[in-house]
Design a protein around this ligand. Structure first.
Ligand code: FES
Ligand code: FES
Length: 79
């Protein structure tokens, strides 16, 4: 599998905490979107680590087609 599953065609808004690391699901199979739950096993895909530089609200890509992973870059609007 090389094409990720589209989890949703919109970003996930998440309040992140400064200094905390998050593992964004790149494959779309996780049942704990938008984060990895280990379901990428056998897909050849791996999660993308994100470390928050400040406590704030960020928008993680839900469609898994962003070129600025793990963040949404608007690519979902063309799917
Ligand atoms: Fe999708 Fe881990 S479950 S990257
Ligand atoms: Fe994937 Fe916006 S949700 S680019």
């Amino acid at each position: 599998m090389t094409t990720p599953i589209i989890s949703q065609k919109s970003p996930y808004a998440v309040e992140v905490e400064e200094g905390k690391s998050y593992f964004w699901c790149s494959c779309g199979k996780s049942s704990k979107q938008t984060f990895c739950d280990g379901s990428h096993k056998d897909t050849g895909m791996t999660p993308v680590k994100y470390t928050a530089d400040a406590s704030k609200r960020v928008f993680f890509c839900g469609c898994k087609h962003s070129s600025k992973q793990p963040m949404c870059d608007g690519a979902h609007s063309k799917l």
